[in-house]
Design a protein around this ligand. Structure first.
Ligand SMILES: [Zn+2]
Length: 277
């Protein structure tokens, strides 16, 4: 148990560092290599394609980072639950959390009581629950879109700069093993090898986030949490899917789709807490 907890704590420290490093690398690759090389036009000083793609990329990555910050800024921790905590009879003393009597959870990594806990996200180092679920979902949406956008530009960069043709669909399958082999033989430049590696990182993160996001939206629409499903509880749908979604996304949900801003007022937040308790 102690070793498992140590592993989780280590993951909790490494995952945010990995996320921030990958973001910085992605940012540098886009602005220093991909966009200038793909859309370079020697005849025009200011190129409209460069501006357009630069703006699109900034919009995506700033939304991903903004929602990342909001997920951490509005934690799902309960401010009311101080003092001794009573475990529910269902509590099996999991490695990461205790199930409490009032349907709440005590996260051993956050060391806090969490309202409507869904899961502990290692990339943000925080629990996802009632208050930050909407930011977390938008974080997944924008991270996935940013990664898939980078994947497309990365493929275009390899074609323009290194004349690698992706016409044959099998190219993507053989690219990594061939690049590794040729890199160690000294036939492939370091930058090309690094971009190839990043293509697979973006593909992996992009698909994982997209899948995760679909699952979370389905759970939110049914008014359920991942924690409840994992516990094997017979969970009933909390209400109509529209009201479940508006509980999480707020009335100004359209604004939340395009900007990482608070879309639910404090009063609504407070009411949601009372409903959960
Ligand atoms: Zn936690």
């Amino acid at each position: 148990m102690y070793l498992k907890m140590l592993k989780l704590r280590l993951l909790n420290a490494i995952a945010p560092a990995y996320f921030l490093t990958a973001t910085t690398v992605t940012f540098a690759l886009q602005f220093y290599f991909f966009i200038p090389a793909i859309f370079e036009n020697p005849d025009a000083r200011i190129n409209s394609s460069t501006l357009l793609h630069g703006a699109a990329f900034l919009f995506l990555i700033l939304n991903a980072l903004g929602n990342y910050v909001m997920t951490i800024r509005f934690p799902a921790a309960s401010v009311q639950d101080a003092g001794p905590l009573l475990c529910s009879p269902l509590c099996t003393d999991r490695v990461d959390a205790h199930y409490l009597l009032n349907g709440r959870h005590f996260c051993k990594l956050c060391k806090k009581v969490i309202l409507r806990r869904d899961h502990h996200c290692f990339f943000t180092g925080n629990c996802i629950g009632n208050r930050n679920m909407r930011y977390f979902i938008m974080f997944c949406v924008y991270t996935s879109t940013t990664c898939l956008y980078c994947l497309v530009l990365g493929v275009a960069y390899l074609t323009v700069e290194y004349s690698i043709s992706f016409e044959n669909p099998l190219t993507f399958l053989t690219l990594l093993p061939l690049s590794v082999g040729y890199f160690f033989l000294g036939a492939v430049p370091g930058l090309q090898f690094f971009v190839v590696l990043m293509l697979y990182v973006w593909l992996g993160i992009g698909l994982t986030c997209a899948g995760f996001c679909c699952q979370q939206i389905l759970l939110v629409a049914r008014g359920q949490t991942w924690c409840q499903l994992r516990k094997g509880q017979v969970v009933q749908t909390r209400g109509p899917w529209r009201s479940n979604l508006s509980d999480v996304f707020g009335r100004q949900w359209v604004l939340g789709l395009i900007l990482p801003v608070q879309t639910v007022g404090r009063l609504q937040d407070h009411a949601a807490d009372k409903k959960d308790s």
